[in-house]
Every structure is written in structure tokens, then in C-alpha cells.
Ligand binder design. Structure first.
Ligand code: ZN
Length: 471
């Protein structure tokens, strides 16, 4: 009996020592996401059932089937992704995040009325550094909850937006707006140039914040403003964010004033290049598409916004066919969308293209998921860093649950993501290896405070415009 017990103990110890030595032989990771259906979005687009994503620091070190990765890597922190989809974080390629605080201020009016009767007066009276900080916090909560890990922004006080974005643990391409009238922060071109130069210097080389210059558009910036903003961005190798071809009036005026399209005008001024990220691109003809492709300009399609303010339909299939990287954006979130839900844009991008072409094959589920991930990363010129799950890329990873009624049954992963799953199905979000939302609980933003503050701002903004009080 004693001898038998001894044998059991010795065998147990032997097995433990084998296990320990096997663990010691493994490469160390910090975090492993195990057992999920991994939608890699890498060059060959494999989808791995029962896969593992291993993360060390802020970087993915391995992606593969569990059978292969679990024998090679060990990590102290594990996240069980069984029964869930594991994807690269979504990329919101165009927005103005502090405008969350103007959400729903006045809708169903023309863009011109909205801008001149409501938004410009509201901005003049209310936008300051504190405003953009609270708006950015609210937007960070909303975006993380819908699986967005990187966004491109154009607004004022962009340095404060950068600080709040970094505090929320999000990645951002953040552009200080150049516009030819006194803005809430900078009152002249000289001021905005000085502010932006300091901003570019401060954030250069930051892992999360890519500071940018954002000349608003050809219809709000003079030739000089456009060229000065471009030269400043190029001096610091920074991205350039601009609205291009976003309305018919812009196209018509450009033909009248310059004798050419908005894209050809920007080309003539020397603005276009591989650091440019161009929002909308609705009014771009075949010659324009060739120019955009040649100059490696990234384009961002904003279907909700284009539909809500009746701007038109961007020729997305034609742009993709021309070799242009086309991402997705929410725009807004006030006046031209009213939320920051990128999953809604995935769905609408496909459906808008289908109904416009009267062809359900015009833009597929797989294509729109690409636009929200790897193509979106290319449009922001960040595809070496983000956009897919593969070794060497930043660990920007989301887990989407599949247990709600709208998620079952599952035949086709891309179709489910594009047409069935909702932002509320996003459960866990990791940015640069850091868990920023776990099982729907935000870990980097105080959501309750952000919501309470937004309600306070709602009352104050309504009062500042003489509108009836809001609850
Ligand atoms: Zn915009």
C-alpha cells in the first residue's frame, strides 16, 4: 500500500516536472487569446477555427491554430474566446469626435443651413478645450464599445483630443483643422500654422497618436492655406487629412473657378501624395480615380453621412477597381450620422452600393469587412502596423460574441459580421496589447461621468442657442 502510494506520488511528480520543463521550453507571451474563430484579414485571408493569438508587449507574436501555437507559447494572461469571433480592431477613417456633444442638435436640414444656422454659431459659443476633452471621452467610450480601435479625426484643439485619446488607450490619426475663418482655437492662418507645428513636434514618434494637418477642404481653404498645411505636414512626414469631392456644389464651383475637378485642383497644387487621407470622394470621375491611385491617396467612404445629408454616392467599386485603398468612416457624429458605430457603416456600405448599382454583387460582405480593417488601415497608410491579425502587427484585437439571437446560426463569417452582428455584440477590445474593454466593461474611460457631462453640455448648448431646455 505504502509502496503503491509512493509510486503514485513519484509518477505525479514526474508528470509535473515534464509539464514544467515543457512550459519552460515555451516562448513567453504576455497575453493569449485562445479558442476563438480567428478572422485574420491577412494577405490570404484565412479564418482559423479554434485559433490562438499570442501577444507580447504591444505586438502580436503569433497567430495560428491552437494545436500549433499552444505547444510553442505560454502566457500568464489568457482570454478564452471559445464561441466568439476574434478580429483586428475596426478602423473609423473619418470623424470629428468632440461633435458627440452636438449629437442631434438639429437634423433634417440642408448641409448649408445646418452649418451656418446651427453648428458654426454653436461652435463659436461653446467649443473650448474643456468641451473637446469631454466630447472625446464620450466618443472614446462609444467607439471602443463598437469595436473601433483606431480613428482619424479632424477638429479644433486637436492636442487636447490627442491627450484624451491616449488616456483612453486608443490609436488615432488626429488632424488639426485649417479653415479660412476664425476657428474656436486659432483665429488666423499664422496661429494655426504655429499651433500645428508645435502639435506635430510634441507627438512625433508616439505609438498611439499620429499627429496630422487637416486642411478642411478646397471650398473652405485658400490655395495658400492648402499649400502651407501640406508643406508643414511634409516637413514632419505627417499625414494630411482633407474632405474631397464631398458635394455637388464643390464640384460645380471647382469647375467654374479652376476649370477642373476638386481632385485635379489638389493635384495641380501639389497636395496629393502617399500621406493624404481623403474623406468622401463622392465626386471623383475616372481621371480623378487614376490620379488618386497614382498618388497613393487613401480614401474614406462614409455611407451614413452621405445618405443623411443627401450628398450622393461614392463610386466605391470603381475606386477599389482602380487600385485605391478605400476605408470606412462614420463622419459626424453630429448632423451627418449621429453615432460612431462603424459596424453600421459596414452594413450600409454594402447595401448602398448594391441599391445604387441595382446589383447585389456590387460590394460583398467580405469587401466591406476588408474596408473596416485591412483596407481601412491602407487608407490611413498604417497597414504595416494595424488592420490584420499577424505576427509583427500591433495587438489591436476585438472579440465578438455569437450568443445573441441575431448571431445564430452561423454559415458565413463575413456575412454575419456585415449584416447580422451589431456593435453591442462586441465584448472585449484590446489596443496595443492592453485590454480596454472586458466583457462589455470599459476599463480606460469613465463612462458614467462622460454621460453625465454630456447631459450637462446638452442643457448649456441648448440655452446658448436660445433653444427650449432639454432633459
Ligand atoms: Zn467630415
Amino acid at each position: 500500500m505504502i509502496r503503491g502510494s509512493l509510486l503514485v506520488v513519484l509518477t505525479f511528480e514526474f508528470l509535473v516536472s515534464l509539464y514544467v520543463s515543457a512550459q519552460n521550453d515555451k516562448e513567453k507571451a504576455d497575453l493569449m487569446i485562445t479558442g476563438g474563430t480567428v478572422v485574420t484579414m491577412n494577405a490570404t485571408r484565412p479564418i482559423l477555427p479554434d485559433g490562438i493569438v499570442a501577444v507580447r508587449g504591444d505586438t502580436i507574436v503569433a497567430v495560428g491554430p491552437r494545436s500549433e501555437i499552444s505547444s510553442r507559447y505560454a502566457a500568464a494572461q489568457q482570454i478564452d474566446a471559445q464561441g466568439k469571433l476574434v478580429l483586428p480592431g475596426f478602423i473609423n477613417g473619418h470623424t470629428h469626435v468632440p461633435m458627440t456633444l452636438f449629437r442631434g442638435l438639429h437634423d433634417d436640414v440642408t448641409l448649408n443651413d445646418w452649418l451656418y444656422k446651427y453648428i458654426f454659431p454653436a461652435e463659436k459659443k461653446n467649443v473650448n478645450q474643456e468641451f473637446v476633452r469631454w466630447g472625446t471621452r464620450l466618443a472614446a467610450a462609444e467607439q471602443i464599445r463598437s469595436g473601433v480601435t483606431t480613428f482619424a479625426d479632424m477638429y479644433y484643439f486637436e492636442d487636447a483630443i490627442a491627450e484624451e485619446t491616449k488616456a483612453a488607450g486608443m490609436r488615432g490619426v488626429l488632424g488639426e483643422t485649417f479653415i479660412d475663418f476664425p476657428a474656436p482655437d486659432n483665429k488666423s492662418e499664422a496661429e494655426v500654422l504655429a499651433y500645428t507645428e508645435k502639435f506635430l513636434q510634441k507627438w512625433q514618434g508616439d505609438a498611439f497618436i499620429h499627429p496630422a494637418a487637416a486642411p478642411h477642404s478646397i471650398y473652405t481653404c485658400s490655395l495658400k492655406t492648402l499649400q502651407d498645411a501640406t508643406a508643414l505636414a511634409r516637413k514632419y512626414r505627417a499625414p494630411i487629412l482633407i474632405h474631397t469631392g464631398e458635394m455637388k456644389k464643390e464640384w460645380d464651383d471647382s469647375q467654374k473657378q479652376h476649370g477642373m475637378s476638386p481632385v485635379q485642383y489638389l493635384e495641380k497644387l501639389g497636395v496629393l501624395g502617399p500621406e493624404v487621407i481623403s474623406a468622401h470622394c463622392i465626386y471623383v470621375d475616372e481621371a480623378d480615380r487614376k490620379t488618386l491611385a497614382k498618388r497613393q491617396v487613401g480614401c474614406v467612404h462614409n455611407p451614413s453621412s452621405n445618405m443623411m445629408i443627401a450628398s450622393g454616392v461614392a463610386p466605391v467599386p470603381e475606386m477599389r477597381a482602380a487600385g485605391i485603398a478605400v476605408g470606412l468612416g462614420t463622419d459626424g457624429p453630429a448632423g451627418s450620422n449621429n453615432d460612431l458605430d462603424l459596424m453600421e457603416e459596414i452594413d450600409l456600405a454594402a447595401k448602398l452600393a448594391k441599391v445604387t448599382k441595382m446589383d447585389p454583387r456590387a460590394l460583398t460582405a467580405k469587401a466591406v469587412v476588408e474596408m473596416a480593417t485591412i483596407e481601412g488601415a491602407k487608407a490611413l497608410h498604417m497597414d504595416k502596423e494595424i488592420g490584420s491579425l499577424e505576427a509583427g502587427k500591433k495587438a489591436d484585437i476585438i472579440l465578438i460574441g455569437l450568443d445573441e439571437p441575431n448571431a445564430v446560426p452561423l454559415y458565413d463569417v463575413y456575412s454575419q459580421i456585415a449584416y447580422s452582428l451589431k456593435a453591442s455584440d462586441v465584448e472585449t477590445v484590446i489596443i496595443g496589447g492592453r485590454v480596454v474593454m472586458h466583457n462589455r466593461k470599459l476599463l480606460t474611460v469613465n463612462q458614467e461621468t462622460a454621460i453625465a457631462k454630456a447631459r450637462e453640455y446638452g442643457k448649456a448648448i441648448a440655452a446658448s442657442l436660445g433653444l427650449p431646455p432639454v432633459d
